[in-house]
Ligand binder design. Structure first.
Ligand code: CA
Length: 225
């Protein structure tokens, strides 16, 4: 998953890049309107974070460019401007979401994950991974034709893996995904372990192989190999 971060304030840009890289995303950065414009014309991104007030131009014009080029990238506007008309304009132009500075980094991750997940599931009422089928509109999971009854957290956990196949998900990022800012790290690692154990057991009881690889001490990965 590749993300372009368009932000002119160096300290904020660096902290966004560091944070998102820790979450396993590949990040590129642009500090001016011109740099950002060049990058979105040259490269493909899964998601673009756009600050609105930039040296050399307005971030809304970057959103216009992305949409005019029919870019598949998700767009998250990140701006200090609280002005309602900017927000309305941005969303009307086709931005997926709008985050007002200052914000918690965990909130940013959650919004990006939501955007990526929506885009990945867009137009699909079924999501398939090897023997698994998920019907997000009905919150239903099948192994072959067999429905698998999951708890809410087990289901969210499975969706998070399916949205990020073949990517190492740290325990921290899973905790943030499942509990947001409310996550208490030490406790939530135990909860993750238990939810995951139950999820694996339920899928295997219906005949699915164990697709989730444990990276000891770090996290887990849904593996398509
Ligand atoms: Ca700015």
């Amino acid at each position: 998953m590749k993300i372009l971060i368009v932000e002119d304030e160096p300290a904020l840009r660096t902290s966004l890049v560091d944070h998102l890289q820790r979450d396993g995303y590949r990040c590129e950065q642009a500090a001016t309107y011109a740099q950002a414009h060049e990058k979105i014309k040259l490269y493909r991104y899964d998601c673009v974070l756009v600050d609105l007030t930039l040296p050399g131009g307005n971030g809304l014009d970057l959103v216009r460019t992305l949409k005019a080029d029919q870019s598949p990238a998700g767009v998250l506007i990140v701006s200090a401007r609280g002005a309602l008309d900017d927000k309305v304009t941005g969303l009307a132009l086709g931005a997926d979401d709008y985050l007002t500075k200052p914000f918690h980094l965990a909130e940013l991750t959650a919004r990006i994950q939501a955007i990526l997940r929506r885009r990945q599931f867009q137009g699909h009422n079924e999501l398939r991974f090897r023997a698994l089928t998920v019907r997000p509109d009905r919150a239903q999971v099948l192994v072959g034709d067999e429905p698998v009854p999951l708890t809410r957290k087990e289901y969210e956990l499975l969706l998070y893996f399916l949205a990020n196949p073949n990517r190492l998900l740290t325990k921290e990022s899973i905790a943030e995904h499942l509990w947001g800012d409310a996550a208490d790290t030490a406790d939530s690692f135990d909860f993750i372990y238990n939810h995951l154990k139950n999820l694996r057991r339920k899928l295997q009881e219906k005949g699915a192989p164990d697709y989730i690889r444990t990276v000891y001490g770090v996290g887990y990965e849904l593996s398509s190999e």
